[in-house]
Design a protein around this ligand. Structure first.
Ligand code: F6R
Length: 601
């Protein structure tokens, strides 16, 4: 997720472009850049860090065409070379990109053989060279030919010194919109920068190209056919536009999950096989133990990984809280695989655990969302979860993307261990179908009224079995951190060993009971709770009506492969916590006493 702003018009200040770009800084802020045309040449300025660092580098002059970008790194660390805009060999084409190009390595190889020279590690740069290769005097034709060769998701803004009177936008998978105003026309990755100038916004559909000039625009499909496009009137103000109309970032980020799942999967599955290029040199077939280190939500993601892999492989997996692990004298054996999970890549306890292991010469694989973070730099390899920036303090889309990446890693281990059987193949198939399923779950869920009903309680107990015990832990963690309700999580079979004593009509149960192999046992545990007068909310699979007789409320999720229920259930437990928090009048984006990156012990 990055921010794109392009302007074309009668004359505007460079500063105006950067001020508009600032409105998209919440989409990424590790580096920024601008390209504009001056004296028929492309001028590029880039900087690491926020847009404020870029401003002093850019001359305050009047220009007619510019594209700009604020980056959230996916391919290549945040530095000035990897920052956008990227250019072709002759510096005549500049472009900025949001998304992931899945086949960039193949294209890069082909173009290198044709003599193109690349400067950055990014997937984005290949697009500039590809357009250069296809340019025969008409930028529109070159862009159309090139975008049809790209796989993946992308929103592009393109500028050429050969045709300075227009900028071109392309959308496939990643959003792009434009608006027309008196002084200039604007292309952007979302409506926030446009609203200051016009409330009439043109939304681009997938596989469309827009050619924007100072007086006009033309929308085409990828075959070059003209498309009629009408503007839509937007009633949002600038602040709500930043959250795309959602009341809080947390809610927006939950709604982004179908998209972010696509980004976690992009380029990592081909011909029904997992391809995690980051770990291609590791000898996964040889490992005999796995140690996972993490904190909080990342720890819960690690537990899901453990349950999944231990079900399909006879291997011992320990998941440890980094805050405990760092003080142990443990030295995992040479055949152990050590995985550190941290969305921020900065968590002090996880980092210190990694340092302790590295001092002993042990290799660590990191799973993180932040390219160039300390944990990613100090680990041997990092598998990125590609969730884009998460502003809400509570982890939501990053948890879901951690799960996706950990399932992929588990599948890769199973393949290397010759345990990739039919059941496991089904899991891979289910992962591919997830974006659509999660979209439906989020759109159809009606959690708000339920949250209103349960917001008054002071305690909650989440229960689950097997791979959904970590889902119970995650549900309870979400609830307590943003709603300040005391919430516990138990493996359902463990209740009768003590915690059941807590239950009465003032102590509700949140039961995670999909139709999986533990379902009948879960049902018995739910009955036990009911017998203690506890109110019960349950999640179960569509079609299973019998829980309605014993539970007070039932939330249905689509029937799915039982191994992936923790992902299917995630948006529900997140929305439940979100709505309880917001209906109690709290700000779920900024829970008290918590920070997004916990860089202290
Ligand atoms: C919960 C949450 C925290 C983090 C934990 C670890 O919503 O966000 O529990 O999961 O602080 O953070 P990372 O993953 O950045 O190491």
């Amino acid at each position: 997720m990055c921010g794109i702003v392009g302007l074309i018009g009668k004359g505007f200040e460079t500063k105006q472009v950067l001020n508009l770009l600032k409105k998209l800084e919440y989409r990424g802020y590790d580096s920024a850049g601008i390209a504009y045309i001056k004296d028929k040449e492309i001028v590029i300025k880039k900087s690491v860090g926020s847009i404020d660092k870029l401003i002093p580098k850019v001359k305050p002059i009047k220009i007619n065409a510019a594209i700009s970008h604020t980056r959230w790194a996916t391919h290549g660390i945040p530095n000035t070379i990897n920052a956008h805009p990227h250019t072709d060999c002759k510096n005549k084409i500049a472009l900025v990109h949001n998304g992931i190009i899945e086949n960039f390595e193949e294209i890069k190889e082909t173009l290198k053989n044709k003599g193109h020279e690349f400067k950055s590690e990014t997937d984005s740069e290949v697009i500039a060279h590809l357009i250069e290769e296809n340019y025969k005097g008409d930028l529109k034709e070159a862009v159309l030919k090139s975008v049809n060769l790209l796989k993946g998701s992308f929103a592009l803004a393109i500028l050429s010194s050969e045709e300075p009177e227009r900028i071109i936008g392309v959308r496939k998978g990643s959003p792009l919109v434009f608006g027309l105003s008196d002084d200039f026309n604007i292309l952007a990755s979302d409506i926030t920068p446009i609203l200051k100038y016009t409330k009439q916004v043109y939304f681009m559909d997938d596989k469309e190209v827009v050619i924007l000039s100072k007086n006009d625009f033309e929308v085409l499909d990828f075959e070059g056919n003209a498309i009629k496009r009408e503007p839509q009137k937007i009633s949002w103000n600038e602040e709500s536009a930043e959250k795309q109309g959602f009341k809080h970032f947390m809610l927006k980020e939950i709604y982004e999950e179908p998209e972010t799942i696509k980004n976690a999967l992009a380029g990592r599955i081909s011909n029904n096989e997992v391809y995690l290029k980051e770990i291609k040199d590791l000898n996964l077939g040889d490992i005999d133990k796995i140690k996972v280190i993490a904190c909080g939500t990342s720890y819960n993601a690690g537990l899901v990984f453990k349950y999944f892999l231990e079900k399909h492989l006879n291997i011992d997996i320990d998941v440890e809280f980094a805050s405990e692990f760092r003080y142990k004298k443990i030295s995992p054996s040479e055949k152990s695989l050590v995985i550190a999970i941290s969305q921020s890549g900065e968590t002090a306890d996880t980092l210190e655990s990694i340092r302790m292991l590295k001092d002993k010469g042990i290799k660590v694989i990191a799973v993180s969302n932040v390219v160039g973070s300390t944990i990613s730099r100090e680990s041997d390899v990092t598998i990125y979860i590609n969730a884009g920036p998460e502003i809400g303090v509570a982890a939501t889309k990053t948890y879901v993307n951690q799960l996706i990446v950990l399932y992929l890693l588990a599948l890769e281990i199973l393949r290397k261990k010759n345990a990739f059987d039919k059941g496991v193949k089904e899991v891979l198939k289910s992962l591919i179908e997830l974006p659509e399923i999660i979209k439906k779950i989020i759109e159809r869920s009606n959690i708000k009224p339920l949250a209103k009903k349960y917001k008054k309680y002071h305690h909650f107990m989440y229960i689950g079995r097997g791979i959904n015990y970590p889902s119970a832990l995650e549900g309870a963690l979400k609830l307590k951190e943003i709603s300040y309700i005391n919430a516990n999580a138990y493996p359902a079979g463990e209740l009768k060993h003590g915690a059941i004593a807590l239950l009465n009509r003032k102590f509700p149960i949140f039961a995670i009971a999909p139709k999986d192999k533990f379902y009948s046992k879960m049902k018995s545990n739910i009955e036990e709770c009911k017998a203690r007068n506890a109110k019960i909310v349950a999640i179960t699979s569509e079609g299973n009506k019998e829980l309605e007789k014993i539970c007070d409320d039932v939330i249905y999720v689509p029937k799915a492969n039982e191994d992936i229920y923790p992902i299917i259930i995630s948006p529900i437990i997140q929305l439940f916590a979100y709505y309880i928090s917001s209906t109690r009048g709290y700000n779920p984006d900024k829970p008290r006493n918590l920070a997004k990156s916990v860089t202290v012990e």
